[in-house]
Design a protein around this ligand. Sequence first.
Ligand SMILES: [Zn+2]
Length: 137
Amino acid sequence: MEELAKMRYDKGDTEVLVGAWDTTGDKPMKCPKCGKNMIIVQVEPVYDADNAYVPYDTIIECTSCPFKIRAESFTLLGGVKDFSSNHVEIGSWSPSGSRVLSDYEHVLDYDLLKELKESEELVEFLVVNKHVVEVIG
Ligand SMILES: [Zn+2]
């Protein structure tokens, strides 16, 4: 665990991380070092009174080599209000029940976003280091 303590949430890591995602959502994340599958390990919640969600201190590690990235992740239930090639606006609710619009960078598939926007379906988004990387269910 000592090695992890030294890791930081830096921009370089986020780029590596986002690049590791398969945008069609069909395949698991691949390790940028060895190409094997990576898994997400959520460690503990990061308490922040300003957030409408609970972010988790998250380790994403390779199942085969020692490569790992530390990140902050959370899931957000909401609908796609609007999107561009690299930004998505998600409409959701705060714990008090008021409407919240959030804008994130994303690595999602264009057709998937188009479909979600048209259907106004509520889905869960996985957000890692402020990037929407996956739609769950
Ligand atoms: Zn690896």
